[in-house]
Design a protein around this ligand. Sequence first.
Ligand code: BG6
Length: 474
Amino acid sequence: MSRLSLVILGASGDLTKRLLMPSLFRLHRLGLIPDLNIIGYSIDKWDRDAFLKHIHDSLAEFIADFKETEWTAFSEHLDFVSGTLEADALRALESKLTPSALFYLALPPTLFGQAAQAIGEAGLSEENGDDWRRILIEKPFGTDLESAKVLREQVHSHWDEAQVYRIDHFLGKEATQNLMIFRFANRVLAPVWNAEHIEQVQITYAETLGVENRAVYYDHSGAMRDMLQNHLVQLLTLTAIEPLGRWDGEILRDHKVEVLKSVRPTDDMNANDWAVRGQYCAGMVEGETAVDYCNEPGIPMDTNTETFAALRIEIDNWRWKGVPFYLRSGKRLANNYAEIAVQFKAPAGALPGGIEVDNNWLVFRLAPTMGMDMHMTAKLPGMHLNTHGITLTAPYTQPGQYEVSAYEQLLIDALHGERAHFLRFDEVEWAWRIIDPALKAWQKGMPDLYKAGTQGPDTQSRIMRNGHQWRSLF
Ligand code: BG6
């Protein structure tokens, strides 16, 4: 690879400190970015030394086996420019850029449009021959369908769709990328992956964390925009997607859009039927007292932002008709736990009457550790013909295997021009179409309260059908 530049706009922010720089440091350690210049850009009036000190101290905090010798080698790749999001200020970057360059908008979402336009106005988005310019935009892309369309226009005023990399970091997670492989590469699963054999799918992303220091962002976003519209909908598409005829990023994204287009249109008039929102109030989480969401620093007392959201989604294609997909995510819940759980139908009349048969569950665990569990029914050891549930468990990685982090994967993909794991605009658009009616219905009224450290609001079971129940988070 010839020399490349990565410009991080928002270089003094939390994302840069917690995720981007640790990922770049690890990639450098692996020898995967020997020719990358990393240029921090921020409104802070720092010089290069101040930036280096900030990054050094955060890496020492976030990298478990941080070594000064590795830092010295890594720091030679770092540079810094202070400036605003105006074209004139951004021109200061020009002399530092290599012909091919990637701009990473690690900025508050409200600044994405302005930044994309200003970089373009500064003439930095223009490509020459084989040299490329790319822009990487964090989520959420817009706050609803209309604002997403406006943002697309702002971005497209200077950038072609092929230059735009919309990140959903869940697509870089190992456990997410395993979904399609595991489904399609295993003969025991491929033939039964449909409505004839599958009863329901539950996708849960539960966190014990509260809003941390992200009050302004989170209170404007809420659980639905922060987690469901992007991360959980993406997990749904990859669980439901049809096999690809050829490995190609565009075909993959076409197939994902097909799934979203097959989702039964949602309606704000009956949102209570398929969507639930909750907000945490004081309770104990992991042995610590958590305050009411509305008493968190920076959150207005009268907020009606949801910290928990759950949805039932129906996919009306031949493969999934009649199989509910339940999605939920929340802050300050009982546990840090994330999974995609697929329940199979119980076999009819397989054992003599009266002997209990549990439905099989295949569980893809995403957090806190990655792995797969198959819950099955076996004979209960003993004289009598009784059954019990057993679990076949596999960790995702074996000792000695390197677990690539999502940001490491996606930074390398973007530098290599691999677009498969980035969102195309139509994916974003169709995801908003599903979510928007709930957001519209939730403009008024209050979310259902739930105690911090619990499973979420009791009302979440309202959207379940066919006697289904949420899986426990304990
Ligand atoms: C982010 C959300 O996109 O994903 C956070 O903004 C959430 O609220 C996070 O905590 C979860 O992702 P991960 O990779 O930390 O599990």
